[in-house]
Design a binder for this molecule. Structure first.
Ligand SMILES: *[C@@H]1O[C@H](CO)[C@@H](O)[C@H](O)[C@H]1NC(C)=O
Ligand SMILES: *[C@@H]1O[C@H](CO)[C@@H](O)[C@H](O)[C@H]1NC(C)=O
Length: 436
């Protein structure tokens, strides 16, 4: 499949009546929608070989992660953070934000028990989508977690176990237990066919959604051969595509090579252990229903105790290797969906992050310039001001770090210039935006 969609425009149907209806039930946001901004028209992001495309042009990703958007949109008191975050992203020219479209069983859970959803939380996700659209930003929505934060595979297994339908209490039974697979399918179907209460558009028809991600960082350590995870990816990816042919789909991998990769590739892993996690970058990303590959970059965890220079050297090889895979093995774009430098490492200095970001941005830009598979990168992670409790070793309020802010904006500008070529200067705002 060369293109994930035909690039046609999907006009917002019956906008006026829709806005009127929305106004009655959704207060502030609806008021904003009707008086300031009509929903901008957007087209779907597609794919042609190793490139993302939009309206017939190459589409590059400069973006970030804010996993907390749906959670913060639930309650009125925290809701302004969502808008503030998209505003900040738009100001840096960012194009894609990756966030969680799941919360299984926890506080503000979307899925409160197997197959049961909290409508109020769903409306928070509706809101996140509409806010993103208003700011011209697209969403990479992740659909489950391998880790326990916000429920994850462990929560599914607990639920199944409690209902007496689970085969095993191992949290990897999320991957191999047919009844849990079928419950996850119910979840997928509910999300993909959700009709947004604010704009009336089903999620599967919503161009603001850049792509779906099956799971954040899947690992299935109980089967290091990789067969279990591979089988799960094949089945679930086909299921997503059977419902939604508009959107691109990725796995959510960290990028480790597994036993099916060549011995040269296994050597690229940060250590031998990383080849035994049950995932395999090349084999998993080759699945035909998977449109692009995802890779994470965490040198502090992979090169423990190493100095900055050593870490940079390592990640340069890591990036190059995956971009080559995209071009030679996969013929698909490669998106670096998380990269971060921990502020808890021994010799941490904010200037290190600038060096780290710049080296990633340069590799992505150089790849894009020569028409390669490097399609973009997403910072882990940005927060709005005043939300320290949502931080980890990687949280950044971008406006507070001016040198980083400039680097990010520079990357946005040169990627936009690459996409739009000669039309660039004719684009409204672009000249002044990037001249600053
Ligand atoms: C896809 O890209 C190729 C080569 O870059 C180009 O020749 C072709 O026209 C593109 N196809 C579409 C449908 O855009
Ligand atoms: C898997 O479950 C075990 C307990 O059964 C737990 O200790 C572990 O943290 C879980 N792992 C993940 C990734 O959720």
């Amino acid at each position: 499949m060369m293109l994930a969609n035909n690039g046609a425009l999907y006009p917002v149907l019956g906008l006026a009546s829709c806005v009127a209806l929305v106004y009655m039930s959704f207060g502030d946001l609806a008021l904003d929608l009707s008086t300031h901004a009509r929903e901008p028209e957007m087209s779907f992001v597609g794919r042609n070989g190793t490139r993302f495309t939009m309206d017939g042009k190459a589409f590059y990703v400069n973006g970030w992660n804010s996993y907390w958007l749906m959670d913060q949109a639930v309650e009125e008191i925290s809701r302004p953070r969502v808008k503030a975050m998209f505003q900040a992203g738009a100001k840096m020219g960012l194009t894609v934000c990756r966030t969680w479209a799941f919360n299984d069983g926890g506080y503000n859970a979307l899925q409160v028990s197997l197959g049961h959803f909290d409508e109020h939380v769903f409306q928070a996700l509706d809101r996140v989508i509409v806010e993103a659209k208003r700011h011209g930003i697209r969403l990479l929505l992740s659909l489950a977690n391998n880790l326990e934060a916000y429920g994850g595979k462990t929560q599914y297994v607990k639920w199944a176990w409690e209902e007496g339908i689970g085969l095993s209490s191992s949290n990897d039974s999320f991957f191999f237990d047919p009844s849990i697979r079928s419950h996850f399918k119910t979840y997928l179907k509910t999300v993909l066919t959700r009709k947004n209460r604010l704009n009336g558009i089903q999620y599967k028809d919503e161009p603001t959604i850049f792509a779906w991600e099956l799971m954040n960082e899947p690992r299935c350590m109980s089967d290091p051969s990789g067969d279990t995870l591979q089988d799960w990816i094949e089945e679930l990816a086909a299921y997503v595509k059977s419902i939604d042919k508009n959107h691109l789909l990725t796995v959510g991998l960290e990028g480790f090579y597994g036993p099916a990769s060549s011995p040269e590739k296994l050597k690229v892993n940060p250590g031998q252990w990383f080849g035994t996690l049950g995932s395999d970058f090349i084999r998993n990303s080759k699945v035909s229903d998977i449109d692009f590959a995802s890779v994470h970059i965490y040198p502090d965890q992979w090169q423990v105790g190493a100095g900055l220079e050593e870490k940079m050297k390592y990640i340069s090889g890591w990036l190059t290797s995956h971009i080559e895979d995209g071009e030679e093995e996969l013929k698909k774009p490669v998106l670096f969906t998380e990269f971060g430098l921990s502020d808890k490492s021994r010799d941490f200095d904010h200037a290190h992050r600038d060096v780290f970001y710049e080296s990633i941005f340069d590799v992505v830009y150089e790849s894009a310039r020569r028409g390669g598979a490097g399609a973009g990168a997403l910072v882990w992670q940005f927060m709005a001001a005043g939300m320290q409790e949502y931080s980890d070793d990687f949280g950044i309020v971008p406006e507070e770090r001016s040198s980083m802010y400039r680097l990010i904006k520079k990357q946005s500008c040169r990627l936009m210039r690459l996409s739009h070529g000669r039309d660039w200067m004719k684009r409204r705002d672009s000249e002044t935006f990037c001249a600053e």
